[in-house]
Ligand binder design. Structure first.
Ligand SMILES: [Zn+2]
Length: 285
């Protein structure tokens, strides 16, 4: 299984100091939602059932969409946030995940319809893709990479590992990719209540927000466009119920306490700026 080198992602000069400053100057950037399939999944994987606020939520299985987003900046070009499910999920609920422990480490069913994969969608829309920013590297967010160009910039949060336990459980999503570029938030400005956030293009249009916990290097994003501001939580908040109850992500998270803090920061931010539309990891209200 191929593991790309890690290199630092070079950020432009960070000048914006707070969210009011950013949100009062929206830019020419748009977001399109792309659904690449569905998951049939236990809600314990989405909600930390041990949290006191989860009392009363019953355990059940849910069918939810798998999203990624096309981000279109007027002159920086087209980028994706996440790559969704790959085409192998059209034939098999475990796709081309390999290894004897695949059912243990991927305890859900994943589906994709013909033509729904990200490669087909990028061709249909005639997108000239410049790069992909990943919220994290779980399979439902990264496996579509199998159908995307290898020579574009691929960006992750610092220390976000590829999800694999070779040779027991793996999927070769970055074959042919030379490097993954990591965002290090150390040099960015502190934008309360979200902490140090990265102004990706330096114009306040597109932000990376560190939300570790579900995964070590999990990142959420904000698109600050003239048609509206959109918070892409990724799996720092899988569904609306996480937000409504103030309950962090569920079973299998890298660090539940850290994930809870990340969720609370996103929630505080969304409550302070009610004009922002929130796109949850697996639910768009
Ligand atoms: Zn995930």
């Amino acid at each position: 299984m191929h593991k790309p080198k890690r290199k630092p992602y070079v950020l432009p000069k960070q000048t914006i100091r707070n969210w009011n400053e950013a949100l009062s100057a929206p830019q020419d950037i748009e977001i399109e939602i792309i659904e690449t399939g569905k998951l049939y999944i236990s809600n314990r994987l989405f909600l930390n059932m041990r949290h006191p606020n989860a009392k009363g939520i019953k355990k059940e299985k849910l069918t939810v969409p798998v999203y990624c987003y096309l981000i279109r900046h007027s002159f920086r070009g087209d980028y994706l946030v996440d790559a969704g499910l790959d085409r192998s999920f059209q034939d098999n609920t475990h796709g081309n995940i390999r290894g004897p422990l695949r059912k243990l480490f991927w305890p859900l069913c994943s589906y994709q319809e013909n033509g729904q994969d990200i490669g087909a969608r990028m061709r249909d829309k005639k997108v000239d893709l410049k790069g992909v920013f990943f919220t994290h590297l779980h399979i439902d967010h990264a496996s579509g990479m199998q159908h995307l160009p290898k020579d574009i910039s691929l960006v992750v949060g610092k220390d976000e590992p590829v999800q694999s336990l070779w040779p027991l459980y793996y999927q070769d999503n970055f074959a042919g990719v030379e490097a993954l570029y990591e965002i290090d938030f150390e040099s960015t400005n502190d934008l309360s209540p979200l902490g140090k956030c990265a102004d990706i293009f330096g114009d306040g249009s597109f932000w990376a927000i560190p939300t570790p916990g579900h995964r070590k290097g999990h990142v959420s994003f904000l698109v600050n466009g003239k048609q509206g501001a959109y918070l892409i939580t990724g799996d720092a908040c899988d569904i609306k119920l996480n937000f409504d109850h103030g309950v962090g992500p569920g079973f299998g998270s890298f660090n539940s306490a850290q994930a809870q803090k990340s969720l609370e920061r996103l929630r505080d931010f969304a409550h302070e700026h009610r004009q922002i539309k929130v796109y949850f990891g697996h639910e768009i209200p």
